[in-house]
Design a binder for this molecule. Structure first.
Ligand code: 3PG
Length: 303
């Protein structure tokens, strides 16, 4: 079988080497398409692939249609909003993710972004400390759990809201019953919700306006969950609010201009961009594909 790794934002070399080893050891062949800028290159590369590994690369209906032999696509990562699941299902293609494999990298970046904002984006003006502040975790998946733990390590009081229900089983963490309570309680809120029809544009004026003085929203999830107009309205009314994101808003340049010093985005989405995360997610993808072909194992199927 031919396994294509198509990554507009490439994995670390060690991850690619590891993927190659797993694929070839199991009698398959590996093809690589890295750093592509033209989607036509993806259509061409995927044409005869039996399996596909991607990161945030969009696997649209067009990609699926171009892939005549495709049986499985694995999103090396957690969020799979970049996969057209309907198109995959219609063609009998199994879609998977690799939950948890890159969580630590994202959680560490979130802690870095919180400190960066507390210290005025590393400028010498007097900043604030995280210890003693209230940290809100909006959704408690693999990354949320780590951020809660690391927040506690820094002396923060951690609050969690679980949109999907269920009890929070982490020691020392306070579970709140409503999303409004999370935002009105916490100095920092870190987003851990996926982008879907329910969550898109769900974080905006109403929630941000509820935050205590100096309230800081940290978004290493998806830009689509933010109501950018609502955020701008809240920030115009409240000169103390701050926003740091790993996924720049569509209106990022305007926001930075309007709210100088209060809005920050990483230069390019980089939460999962560590060699450890690349190796974990890349190797998991390769193993899932190899097992799928060997035994029909569909663990982590999302469609
Ligand atoms: C994920 O959903 O796993 C993260 O957003 C990582 O995305 P990336 O592979 O594009 O870095």
């Amino acid at each position: 079988m031919k396994v294509l790794v198509a990554t507009e934002k490439p994995f670390a070399k060690a991850a690619v080497d590891g993927i190659r080893e797993i694929v070839e050891k199991n009698g398959h062949t590996l093809a690589l398409l890295e750093n592509y800028t033209d989607v036509n290159d993806l259509y061409k590369a995927v044409a005869d692939a039996d399996a596909l590994i991607v990161r945030s690369d969009k696997v649209t209906k067009e990609v699926v249609d171009a892939a005549k032999n495709l049986k499985i696509v694995v999103r090396a990562g957690a969020g799979y909003d970049n996969l057209d699941l309907e198109a995959c299902t219609a063609k009998g293609i199994v879609a998977m993710n690799t939950p948890g494999q890159n969580s630590n990298a994202v959680a560490e970046l979130i802690m870095g972004m919180m400190i960066y904002m507390a210290r005025n984006q590393f400028t010498p003006a007097s900043g604030t400390e995280l210890a003693g502040k209230k940290l809100g975790i909006h959704a408690f998946g693999n990354i949320g759990r780590l951020v809660a733990k690391y927040g506690q390590g820094l002396g923060m009081d951690v609050y969690v809201y679980r949109p999907t229900g269920g009890t929070v089983d982490a020691p020392g963490v306070t579970q709140v019953a409503t999303v409004e309570e999370l935002y009105s309680t916490c100095n920092y809120v870190s987003l851990h919700i996926p982008a879907n029809d329910k969550t898109k544009k769900s974080i905006g004026y109403d929630l941000l306006s509820k935050m205590p003085k100096g309230g800081t929203l940290i978004n290493a999830a998806r830009k689509e969950v933010i109501d950018e107009e609502g955020l701008a309205k809240a920030f115009a009314e409240r000169t103390d609010l701050k926003y740091a994101t790993d996924v720049a808003a569509t209106t990022h340049a305007d926001l930075v201009k309007q709210f100088e010093g209060r809005v920050y985005a990483t230069p390019k989405k980089m939460g999962a961009q560590t060699s450890e995360a690349n190796i974990n997610a890349g190797l998991a993808s390769a193993n899932q594909i190899v097992n799928f072909f060997a035994t029909g194992d569909k663990t982590y199927q999302v469609n």
